[in-house]
Design a protein around this ligand. Structure first.
Ligand SMILES: Nc1ncnc2c1ncn2[C@@H]1O[C@H](COP(=O)(O)OP(=O)(O)OP(=O)(O)O)[C@@H](O)[C@H]1O
Ligand SMILES: O=C(O)c1ccc[n+]([C@@H]2O[C@H](COP(=O)([O-])O)[C@@H](O)[C@H]2O)c1
Length: 211
């Protein structure tokens, strides 16, 4: 069985996270995806909502949906939430042979070379990349294009046969939704209907978030 984790700042979680991941579940035959909200996101402005509010929104978004679970381990660390450190811990817990995957969007893939110890990521997991509109389809440098050619696979069976080491570019639906856009809409008093689950919208309103 392939265990898949989906990390994010989720400020807030939205349909651009949920729908592509649901499609990915069908595309490669996953049983479950574990959402991994971060505490201190590396390389970006810090979130507007608190870690507890972001966790609550993730919990509301997946309530009653057995495809998803949440792992709040990064919220217990106050240091930057470096993915390699989290995944090395998960790898130790689950043993050397279990296939593990980390899900990212195309925009995250394009900046992967800036991540902390990024080259070690494929020593502990596969990377599953969600398509995302508005971002270059190609890696930005010859070195990263070469890296992708070396690790990319199209046969999803390989992701279950090997514990780690591959990059899979998913053909998931393109959703033009971002948390930045949702926050800006809220700041401007524009409706966010259809961009995120109703339960999350209600929570945002009740908490007075993104005013
Ligand atoms: N619409 C989308 N389609 C595909 N992947 C997405 C989409 N939105 C976010 N992701 C991916 O989900 C992960 C978590 O994203 P994050 O929580 O930062 O959301 P975001 O909408 O990109 O936020 P922000 O606008 O605040 O940067 C990242 O790997 C990102 O690439
Ligand atoms: O480890 C890193 O250096 C690193 C750099 C940028 C992002 N990440 C992780 O990638 C995931 C998506 O990041 P973000 O900023 O798009 O929410 C989230 O789990 C982050 O903690 C990790």
């Amino acid at each position: 069985m392939l265990h898949a984790f989906f990390g994010g700042t989720f400020d807030p979680i939205h349909n651009g996270h949920l729908r592509p991941v649901e499609a990915l579940v069908d595309e490669i035959g996953l049983n479950r995806v574990i959402l991994l909200p971060n505490h201190v996101p590396p390389h970006r402005p810090q979130p507007e909502a608190s870690p507890q509010q972001r966790l609550k929104m993730v919990e509301l978004a997946i309530a009653g949906n057995s495809l998803f679970a949440v792992d709040d381990r990064e919220l217990h660390r106050t240091t930057p939430s470096y993915t390699i450190e989290t995944l090395e811990t998960i790898r130790k817990e689950r043993g050397k042979t279990l296939p593990l995957a980390f899900i990212i969007g195309q925009d995250s893939l394009l900046t992967l070379h800036l991540w902390h110890r990024w080259q070690a990521l494929l020593d502990v997991c596969h990377l599953l990349v969600l398509a995302r509109p508005g971002y270059n389809q190609q890696m930005n440098t010859p070195e990263m294009r070469q890296w992708l050619v070396q690790h990319r696979v199209t046969d999803t069976n390989l992701l279950r046969q090997q514990p780690q080491g591959y990059v899979y570019m998913a053909e998931t639906p393109l959703l033009e939704i971002s948390a930045t856009d949702i926050r800006q809409r809220r700041h401007q008093g524009i409706s966010c209907d259809d961009l995120l689950p109703r339960s999350v919208q209600r929570y945002i309103e009740l908490q007075g978030l993104y005013r």
